[in-house]
Design a protein around this ligand. Sequence first.
Ligand code: RIB
Ligand code: CA
Length: 311
Amino acid sequence: MVNRQALIIDCDPGVDDAVALMLAFGAPEFELLAVTTVGGNVPLKKTTRNARMLRQIAGRGDVPVHAGADRPLRRKPAGAGEFHGEEGLGFMAPFAATGPVADGHGVDAIINAVMEREPGSVALAVLGPMTNLALALRKEPMMAARLGSVAVMGGARGEGGNITASAEFNVWADPEAADEVLRSDCKVTMFGLDATHQVRATDARIAAVAALQTPQGDTAAAMMRFSQKVEREIVGWDAPPVHDVCPVAWLARPDLFTLKTCRISVECQSELTRGHTAVEFRPAIARNLPHQWAVGADADGVFELITERLR
Ligand code: RIB
Ligand code: CA
């Protein structure tokens, strides 16, 4: 096996987080150092319980789950339960997972993993509000330069918003955290709705995952079927975007996405446009372009990867 990418996944499972975790748990491309959880779709107690449940289903008891921030830096916690179900995993009833919650706050787990390893060798996928990463950067400013790729699911440009007309949920939930991360030296690649809306769970794609008849495949298919039901009821579309898979798929297979360099800024003042991501591609205007924005996705390639890794 080629040298594996050391990876931490920070998430708020969440039905699409669950599919992303199943992909990561099954991908030999990664050396999974930890899963850290944050309050987001559902409160921290539930996202942490859900991460432990998913870890058990995937048979990855070797990966520690650390609980992180239970609320945004400044704003009141706001969930997205209507898209994930009361317990956060769609149709799945909670069960008492055997693997424990690891000692140590998620923020310290991120700092320690990055500072103990070679500079640039640890990547971070952020699949929920960016609170844990922002707190880690406050506590250990040296970490920004030492971190490898920071692949984030968040933001929107051409697609408009999903929690409000102007903003995507993860950035809207904690805009101050997103702002601090994007002003830092972190090497951020952002997978906003412009890219994730191209990666949709159609009936055929869900059926291919269900046909695997593995615990991981059954779980991922059930999560996507829940999203399909909600998407039809709330949004009126047929195939739900599997947002959180995108950063993880890109870390495994960069060829599956098209990126553009840019500078991403976040609205933190206005209530109307709170969490809006202003994505500037013009160097003459932005002076330097420190970020990357995903503009294209090979959806068939992403689902082939999911199906291969959940086999
Ligand atoms: O806007 C999509 C994002 O919000 C995803 O991370 C989903 O899990 C929700 O947290
Ligand atoms: Ca999420």
